[in-house]
Design a protein around this ligand. Sequence first.
Ligand SMILES: NC(=O)C1=CN([C@@H]2O[C@H](COP(=O)(O)OP(=O)(O)OC[C@H]3O[C@@H](n4cnc5c(N)ncnc54)[C@H](O)[C@@H]3O)[C@@H](O)[C@H]2O)[C@H](O)CC1
Ligand SMILES: [K+]
Length: 231
Amino acid sequence: MCEMKTSPEPEVITSDEMRALEQAAISSGKVTGLELMERAGRGVVEAIFEEWPALAVGQHRAVVLCGPGNNGGDGFVVARVLKEAGWDVELFLFGDATALPPDAATNFERWSAMGEVADIKQALHVDFDACDLVVDALFGIGLSRPVTAPVLRDLFKAVSQADKPARVAIDVPSGLDSDTGLPPDGGSALRADLTVTFHAFKPCHQMKSLPGIVPESAALARYTVVKDIGL
Ligand SMILES: NC(=O)C1=CN([C@@H]2O[C@H](COP(=O)(O)OP(=O)(O)OC[C@H]3O[C@@H](n4cnc5c(N)ncnc54)[C@H](O)[C@@H]3O)[C@@H](O)[C@H]2O)[C@H](O)CC1
Ligand SMILES: [K+]
């Protein structure tokens, strides 16, 4: 069952509509992509503390999984904000840090000044049941093909099967197409307990079930919340 915590009239927009809104705001000079990313990352942390108030106090352990695009960029912001709050944060990157898009690269640098960036393969050695939080910043609305990389398939299974950690997806549970809510061509998808999306719901957040998805990679988000990023 996928519930959406929403205002009376939940707005739903497509990923193309979201990109157009972001681009218009940036082109108008109203805001920069970097500022939108900062607001997004801070909105994710806010949503985490609202959903799990116990995490808002004291020290906890987070694992942040970053991808090669701006969804990963949001993950670098989340990692930095949690570290600044006194958390123990481990960050793993899937992709080439030198090929990150500009805003993500800036946040890669900001994170690198305070913490390590390990290769995603190292995340397979993490005991996820010793973590309080796993942040999925691998893919958002830019997923363009099935997730088939073996390291990601193995990682998705390990995270999905862990009992302890709160699993939070940034924007979209990775591996799902944000407009269909399904993994393209039977690729893998990462389970989320909470998805934090921005400005408005996307069609994937309405999915009641994921027909045909491989059970152990069930990606159905229990809850989706929308955070305003000032668009
Ligand atoms: N645009 C903005 O100002 C903001 C965006 N936000 C966040 O950005 C993502 C969308 O970022 P984008 O770079 O367009 O896409 P992704 O990060 O989701 O992924 C693209 C990246 O991943 C590669 N890729 C796609 N599919 C696969 C695959 N199956 N296997 C391997 N690699 C894949 C692709 O080649 C790209 O390199 C959005 O969701 C938000 O999280 C901010 O939140 C707000 C500002
Ligand atoms: K994600």
